[in-house]
Design a protein around this ligand. Structure first.
Ligand code: AMP
Ligand code: TRP
Length: 330
């Protein structure tokens, strides 16, 4: 059994990119009985400007979305990152072994820092905090979307550098979950992302989902029904691959390629698959929203369990690094 860690930022509505790229794999791994820890990573949200007054609501909504996917709270740890201060503490120790040159090559830093007069250091060192999130639990398996693979590779390097410097196997090297997806937005082009306004929210109503799907871009070269389509470049087909039964996916692929199914009909099938998949999630979210104290309680329990584990790792880290202040002397 693997030790699994992953996180999601509380930066807006959880969308189908998050669900298909990450949360769905979280549920699968939890159901398989792995030791799973998932976090609403609020400290990561500090890297870009935001309205402080809105953050508690966003953290809560993100936690509800995560819980509503069907994760069994008695088996997995779900917590808010800032409840476990060891994340930021470990990030400092790791930053001292993390190669700066590699940070400069991170595509997400280049994208997010682009065209800004000034950016905070945290945006640059963000992958160090992400490495700390993972290594604090000595996780071995990390289910994330395609956009996070570079950061995960960085976390592996940091683990290796730390172990090498202190000549001890303190951290295992975390591996990505083998399925890494990149879901594009309704523009059919860019990654589905909260900042791009091209999302379909996981908790959108069925009517809203259909409205957004109807307007979503498909293969740009399929300008008429008679023209064969190219499923491999169509985002609708990528989503079918995640939520539609395999036999239907094969049929849709063939029918698109020989122009016997149009984009409208193909989207209808996707809307049905999404309805089957998301209806139970929406009802669990409604139940959780009706009981906010229960959500808070679950997050508290999760944070307490994680703090205990985090303290254990920090003791090992400090011992390896020879860090011992007066308070921890016998
Ligand atoms: P974020 O909202 O950036 O915190 O992302 C949370 C998780 O969702 C991460 O594992 C991301 O890689 C994943 N994710 C976000 N957007 C997409 C997307 N468009 N396609 C696939 N995975 C995604
Ligand atoms: N950086 C990730 C994102 O933006 C979120 C994240 C933070 C994360 N810490 C993590 C994902 C640790 C996996 C493991 O999507």
């Amino acid at each position: 059994m693997a030790t699994v860690f992953s996180g999601i930022q509380p930066t807006g509505e959880v969308h189908l990119g998050n669900y298909m790229g990450a949360l769905r794999q979280w549920v699968k791994l939890a159901n398989e009985g792995h030791d799973c820890t998932f976090s609403v990573v609020d400290c990561h949200a500090f890297t870009l400007p935001y309205a402080a007054a809105d953050l508690p609501k966003r953290v809560f909504e993100t936690a509800v979305a995560v819980l509503s996917t069907g994760l069994d709270e008695s088996k997995v740890n779900i917590f808010v990152q800032s409840d476990v201060p060891e994340h930021t503490e470990l990030a400092w120790y790791l930053s001292c072994v993390a190669p700066m040159g590699e940070l400069g090559r991170m595509t997400q830093f280049k994208e997010k820092g682009e065209n800004k007069d000034s950016v905070g250091t945290g945006l640059f060192t963000y992958p160090v905090l992400m490495a700390a999130d993972i290594l604090l639990y000595r996780a071995t398996l990390v289910p994330v979307g395609h956009d996070q693979l570079q950061h995960l590779e960085f976390a592996r390097d940091v683990a290796r550098h730390f172990n090498h410097r202190f000549k001890r196997e303190v951290f295992p090297e975390p591996k990505p979950y083998p399925l890494t997806l990149r879901i594009r937005g309704t523009d059919g082009n860019e990654k589905m992302s909260k900042s791009r306004g091209n999302t379909i929210a996981m908790l959108d109503s069925q009517a809203t989902i259909w409205k957004k799907l109807k307007g979503a871009f498909t293969d740009p070269e399929r300008t008429t029904l008679e023209k064969p389509g190219r499923p491999s470049v169509c985002n609708i087909f990528t989503m079918h691959g995640v939520v539609t039964p395999a036999a239907t996916v094969t049929e849709i692929e063939a029918n698109c390629q020989n122009a016997t199914i149009g984009c409208g009909a193909c989207k209808k099938v996707l809307a049905e698959s999404l309805e089957t998949e998301l209806t139970p999630i929406r009802s669990r979210a409604a139940a959780l929203n009706a009981e906010p104290e229960r959500v808070t309680e679950l997050l508290k329990v999760g944070a307490e369990r994680c703090r205990a584990r985090a303290k254990e790792t920090m003791a090992i880290v400090k011992d390896a690094a020879g860090v011992r202040g007066a308070l921890s002397r016998p």
